[in-house]
Design a binder for this molecule. Structure first.
Ligand SMILES: [Zn+2]
Ligand SMILES: [Zn+2]
Length: 134
């Protein structure tokens, strides 16, 4: 599926090809901290379909629970998380943060990981009173 998107300020824009069947939620504590939110949603792309960006995102490398580096790309101007990949064979796949994909409304996740660190209230937010706008 061809997608496109941008960070919040528009400095980083991209086009990519993702697999809509490979959209997942991650509840790990790194994703919670790196997003400033409860969990992260990511769509996967093969490296040959690597996101094409006009301006280059900034790179922060974290070490995953498996001891391997995870490259975290984000906009240097507004901080929006954009992409992730790894090194060596881990570089075969790229993840694109679903929140920066324009077509995100049609990219429902099909699995979730690191459920042991999921915030206990996450599964109950559908019951909260809500408003159409702020
Ligand atoms: Zn930006
Ligand atoms: Zn995670």
């Amino acid at each position: 599926m061809q997608v496109d998107g941008r960070c919040h300020c528009g400095y980083v824009t991209f086009e990519a090809v993702i697999d809509p069947a490979q959209v997942s939620i991650c509840h790990c504590t790194d994703c919670q901290m790196l997003t400033g939110s409860a969990f992260r949603v990511t769509a996967m792309a093969r490296s040959e379909d690597v996101p094409q960006t006009a301006n280059l995102p900034k790179l922060y490398t974290k070490t995953g629970a498996n001891g391997r580096p995870r490259l975290q790309y984000f906009c240097p101007e507004c901080g929006s998380p954009m992409f992730t990949t790894g090194e060596g064979k881990d570089a075969a796949l790229w993840g694109i943060r679903v929140g920066v994909i324009r077509q995100r409304a049609s990219l429902a996740p099909s699995r979730q990981s690191w459920c042991r660190s999921a915030l206990a209230w996450v599964t109950d937010i559908g019951k909260l009173p809500g408003t159409e706008t702020e």
